[in-house]
Design a protein around this ligand. Sequence first.
Ligand code: UDP
Ligand code: MG
Length: 140
Amino acid sequence: MAVQRTFSIIKPDATKRNLTGQIVAKFEEAGLRVVASKRIHLTKAQAGQFYAVHAERPFYDELCEFMASAPIVAQVLEGEDAIAKNREVMGATNPADAAPGTIRAEFAESVGENSVHGSDAPETAAEEIAFFFSGLELVG
Ligand code: UDP
Ligand code: MG
């Protein structure tokens, strides 16, 4: 597998509890490198645009409110097989199903407030990186 880039968010439940460093350490221990990072506070409309793929889901409004409730840390992670590796380190969406040692098993509060986002495929990784970062911020 080649070196890839993926997009990651440390979500409001985690930034509020001052867990940013512990979560970044999990990525680094797994061989992922943070090549771009910024802390920002999304508006609900911006959160809605980012999660537009889920617009028809029953949890969409609550998800957008949550993502705009406190700052997030948007990041680009780079490494071998980074998209799958990030998903592995994150753990399952519902922390009750997340494997021991994963970020969600250790830190997530609920299926909604689950501490991290990670891209699920090369196409979404490219779109999500471009949504948050300009070319100048991506020199690595
Ligand atoms: N989510 C939720 N309720 C659900 C499923 C998902 O609130 O029943 C939220 C949760 O924050 C999740 C996000 O919506 O991380 C996106 O859902 P997805 O199925 O893409 O999960 P992920 O890719 O984040 O594991
Ligand atoms: Mg997803």
